[in-house]
Design a protein around this ligand. Sequence first.
Ligand code: SF4
Length: 446
Amino acid sequence: MALTGVQIYKFLPKTNCKECGYPTCLSFAMKLAQRAAELSACPYVSDEAKQNLEAASKPPIRLVAIGAGDKKIEVGNEVVLFRHEKTFIHQPGIMYRVKDTDADATAKVKEVAGYSVERVGIDMSLDGFVVENDSKDAATYVKCVEAVKGATDLPLVLMASDAAAMEAALEKVAADKPLIYAANSDNADAMIELAKKYECPLAVYGNGLEEVAGLAEQANKAGVEDIVLDSAARGFADSVTALTQVRRLALKKSFALLGYPMITFPGEATDSIDEEAMLAGQHIAKYAGIIVLDNFTPAMAYPLLTMRLNIYTDPQKPIQMEAGVYPLSEPKADSCLCVTTNFSLTYFSIAGELENSGFPSWLLVCDTEGLSVLTAWAAGKFDAEKIAKAIKDHKVADSIGHKKLILPGGVSILKGELEEELPDWEILVGPREAMAIGSYLKQYWS
Ligand code: SF4
């Protein structure tokens, strides 16, 4: 049972040293009780206290890994209902389902696995494949699983209701730690044994949350810890209700039997690709751990991947570029030098316009903790002193043979201060908008 803040406080050092990021041990204890902080943030908790606080610090939703090696995905371990309370941590895996009756299963796997798009410097792609035993024949299934395995190194979900077919496939790919889908009321004993024998995560499928919780309890008591839930809810209203109930029960009521990530199948609710995409988007927002698509097109995948990136980006930690000097379009020592901040969107906007301008250039990126130009300037993180320091720290003079710097037009106010900081430099004021850089360079840079 969850401990209250006051009960947790009794186990803390009570020195109020603030190293955990909270002003007092009591405020840290309150956050722990709300699952909005992690015990590891306090470096002074004794081993004895750690043991006593284990229940309070245990993730309310278990972190479950699917796959092995650097391509494995980890889902679950969320601690809040709403992103603005803290952040969502482990983005849901988006997978694509093939059936062992599909003539083009391998080709489709290769197509989906080969799809990747870049946004703000991050490569986005789907995360794995579900292989369904649609033929109901074990030999056909194993052949298909092996073919899929040969076509991709992404994680797999093995989907079969027959334990013999499941084991035949597991014998081939168990080392890759696929998710076994699924234990249900008819096959639970056999599937649980397979999960234990091959040390793979197990999905449990039940009609409604009561049945799901019962199957999860049965698996857990048998020694299976990595569990994924499927409540059989499929449509827009039913699935959001089930997903929200599970999240609320796990977080707010500490109901451990539902403290696992959930898997969803939006394509089973509709024949429309558009509706499948919308339902998948709903599941990204609330609260799926794995989303299985039955259709794939780049036009469907791109918005889903972008939405997932946006929702699972910590709003308190903007996506940042590493500070430094970036060469764009093979610049030479006499190419122009622009300066900007390390907010990724800002960087990619400006870098894109510079690359399209036809002018090889250098882009000096200052560390502003991920803030955009005007926000960083207003926060005192992008000023003349910091720009001058960045020029020195990043050894601009090593690659650039002139002393002309183009400032973003939005912070033209820094020109005078920069000229004082860098008395032998010429400070030019560039355009306010990135899209005007090309015409600016044509006019002012020769
Ligand atoms: S780091 Fe530990 S000892 Fe220090 S204030 Fe936080 S809870 Fe208290």
